[in-house]
Design a protein around this ligand. Structure first.
Ligand SMILES: CC(C)(COP(=O)(O)OP(=O)(O)OC[C@H]1O[C@@H](n2cnc3c(N)ncnc32)[C@H](O)[C@@H]1OP(=O)(O)O)[C@@H](O)C(=O)NCCC(=O)NCCS
Length: 153
């Protein structure tokens, strides 16, 4: 992967099979089903981005804008990088792009949920400035989750 060129683009339902393959490589029992993924990729409110390395799909991120008490929040639903493309800054790049889109929409805060034992994801989010704001008891079956937030200034 020398001379690696990372590009990011909006995704589409046409990439469903490939994205589902990556989803299964990233999660076991917690993977979205193909139906759930298809729903997320077609829902008008969703922001889906895909990263390519030299043209090959390396990973994707899905986010959306949630509205609560008349306030809009950015919500990162998932970020998944195929195992061979990890530790190359691709997740960081995707999340930066998602945050840029949120900022352009005037969104001030972004939040997400993560399993408390997902060290890679926790480090990634921490590096990007997300802070723990709550615990999510048994959010992933028996496993606990953490609720993280970042202000987008
Ligand atoms: C978490 C995940 C998305 C990270 O993707 P990635 O492209 O490898 O991440 P990046 O290369 O952008 O890493 C950015 C930072 O995150 C942290 N990080 C990433 N992977 C890590 C690991 N395995 N162990 C420790 N820290 C890690 C590091 O701080 C890293 O910076 P560094 O490489 O300069 O040290 C990837 O491991 C993945 O797809 N995991 C399975 C799916 C998942 O858990 N998604 C998150 C759901 S909430």
């Amino acid at each position: 992967m020398i001379g690696m060129a990372i590009t990011v683009e909006y995704t589409s339902i046409k990439l469903l099979d490939k994205l589902y393959e990556i989803e299964k490589q990233c999660f076991e029992e917690e993977a979205f089903t193909k139906h759930q993924l298809a729903y997320l990729l077609t829902d008008y409110i969703t922001i889906g981005l895909v990263a390519r390395v030299n043209g090959e799909i390396a990973g994707f991120a899905i986010a959306r804008v949630d509205i609560r008490r008349n306030m809009s929040f950015g919500h990162i639903i998932t970020v998944n990088i195929a195992p061979v493309y990890r530790r190359k800054g691709i997740a960081q790049r995707l999340l930066n792009e998602v945050e840029t889109i949120f900022r352009k929409e005037g969104i001030k805060d972004c939040h997400l949920e993560v399993r408390e034992d997902n060290v890679a994801a926790l480090n990634l989010y921490q590096k990007l400035g997300y802070k723990k704001v709550g615990n999510l008891e048994k959010y992933y079956g028996e496993a606990h989750g953490l609720y993280l937030q970042k202000s987008l200034n």
